[in-house]
Design a protein around this ligand. Structure first.
Ligand code: NI
Length: 178
């Protein structure tokens, strides 16, 4: 197992569309295990392959508090969305420290394959619904702030850039005090 570096916004890889998985082999299972480890370590509740620089359609999700309910979705597709919309605050490991409210359908049904290529279906509500939609967006090159108005999005991107600068400054100060 290995921790993988998480691609940071606005890296162009986060805007790329991922390719379907066609081979279900040990390398795929290893990548899923490494992605799960990276997600738990971060910590986060979801991670898409595109966020670790692999442009393939796979995401890992675990919204449980105990971190013992891992879902690996390969070639996931949303097959139905509720008309009801809900607004929920979202964050992303590729945009750390940034939290913004995003409107999405309250319920979705998702069809996906597991690591052996077997198809399964999931009915998602609440946080699972938000998380599935957020992660699947990543496979199409969409990050959560893309759902905001242009004004809110540029404000959010500026906030993120400022936070990053502050963090770099803090780390530099830490190094110099050593
Ligand atoms: Ni994300």
């Amino acid at each position: 197992m290995a921790l993988l570096p998480i691609v940071q916004y606005p890296d162009p890889r986060l805007a790329a569309k991922a390719e379907p998985v066609v081979v279900f082999d040990d390398a795929l299972r290893q990548l899923a295990a490494d992605m799960a480890e990276t997600m738990y370590e971060a910590p986060g509740v979801g991670l898409a392959a595109t966020q670790v620089g692999k442009l393939i359609r796979m995401v890992v999700i675990d919204i449980s508090e105990e971190k013992n309910d891992l879902h690996v979705l390969v070639n996931p597709e949303i097959t139905s969305r509720s008309e009801e919309i809900k607004e929920c605050e979202e964050g992303c490991l590729s945009l750390p420290g940034l939290y913004e409210k995003v409107k999405r359908p309250s319920f979705v049904t998702v069809k996906a394959q597991d690591l052996k290529g077997e198809f399964f279906e999931m009915q998602c509500d609440e946080l699972m619904s938000v998380c599935v939609q957020h992660e699947l967006d990543h496979l199409d090159g969409i990050v959560f702030i893309d759902h905001l108005s242009q004004l809110k999005k540029s404000r959010a991107a500026a906030k993120l850039a400022k936070r990053r600068k502050e963090k770099a400054r803090e780390e530099k100060a830490k190094r110099e005090n050593r």
